[in-house]
Write a protein that binds this ligand. Structure first.
Ligand code: IPE
Ligand code: IPE
Ligand code: MG
Length: 258
């Protein structure tokens, strides 16, 4: 098997808005569900490529808190597909050292879906090669609100609720903030994904429809990322700032927030 390319800097955490499944299917005169199914295959290959390239955290937007607005038939198709995909791929993911974590509101989904997702989480809990977070029934605003609610339930005083404290209540407190946020499908917006965590993510928008996204598309994004200069508000390499540079984990003087 060919060796994956090496990059000067590999992001520790890549987040992806997997968009364009419906248009991919429509282009082929097929129902949108066919696009979603092809989207699962794309995800499987991108997970493998991420493992091979040493990415530690991969977070994918699978279903947003707003996607319930879609026709009933599409929503139920997506739910069935999720169950099938978990059943089909869990063993291999586990063998590859992938830890699955779910970010999103699982209280308001069907018990069948909740159980399958929590089961996948439990079965892979000991893995550490790549943490794959599936954002499901997730919204960035929901995440911020639930973090505030938990902090209030814990009795935090207003003065105690600083950025680090709030970060520790966010659903992905276990992960560093995303270094690179990719959106496929040509739209240039966040659609309520990781609003808090993406403050300093490098954004990469691709016209590629998600089912066509593969290891070489990922490599293009990684190569662009490696050329970006991350300044985190400092003056950068050409100035005299100490905290410049394109490190994947944020510069040394950037607070981790967790
Ligand atoms: C993204 O693809 C998958 C989900 C939102 C579940 P879309 O279904 O949004 O595809 P387009 O954007 O309509 O092409
Ligand atoms: C974002 O895509 C959500 C997921 C990829 C799961 P959407 O297709 O729902 O976003 P909008 O509606 O174009 O903003
Ligand atoms: Mg879309």
């Amino acid at each position: 098997m060919a060796q994956p390319p090496t990059f000067e800097t590999v992001p520790r955490h890549v987040a992806i808005v997997m968009d364009g499944n419906g248009r991919w299917a429509r282009k082929r005169m097929m129902p949108r569900g066919v696009g979603h199914k092809a989207g699962v295959d794309a995800l499987v290959s991108v997970v493998q490529a991420s493992v091979d390239r040493g990415i530690e955290y991969l977070t994918v937007f699978a279903f947003s808190s707003e996607n319930w607005k879609r026709p009933e038939e599409e929503v139920s198709g997506l739910m069935s597909l999720l169950l099938v995909a978990v059943a089909k791929h869990l063993t291999k993911l586990c063998a590859d050292g992938v830890r699955i974590r779910i970010a999103g509101d699982l209280e308001n989904v069907s018990p069948k879906i909740r159980d399958a997702l929590l089961d996948a989480q439990a079965k892979t809990a000991a893995n550490s090669r790549l943490t794959l977070t599936v954002a499901f029934n997730y919204g960035g605003r929901w995440d911020i609100v639930q973090a505030c609610q938990k902090a209030m339930r814990d009795g935090l005083a207003a003065a105690q609720l600083d950025e680090a404290a709030l970060s520790s209540y966010m659903t992905m407190a276990y992960a560093p903030d995303p270094d690179l946020l990719i959106r496929t499908g040509g739209e240039v917006r966040l659609s309520n994904f990781l609003l808090w965590q993406s403050a300093y993510a490098e954004l990469y928008f691709s016209d590629c429809l998600w089912p066509d996204f593969d290891a070489s598309q990922l490599d293009q994004a990684l190569s662009t990322f490696a050329q970006r200069e991350r300044r985190f508000g400092d003056v950068g390499e050409s100035g005299q700032g100490a905290g410049a540079l394109g490190g994947a984990v944020g510069s040394t003087d950037q607070p981790s927030g967790h």
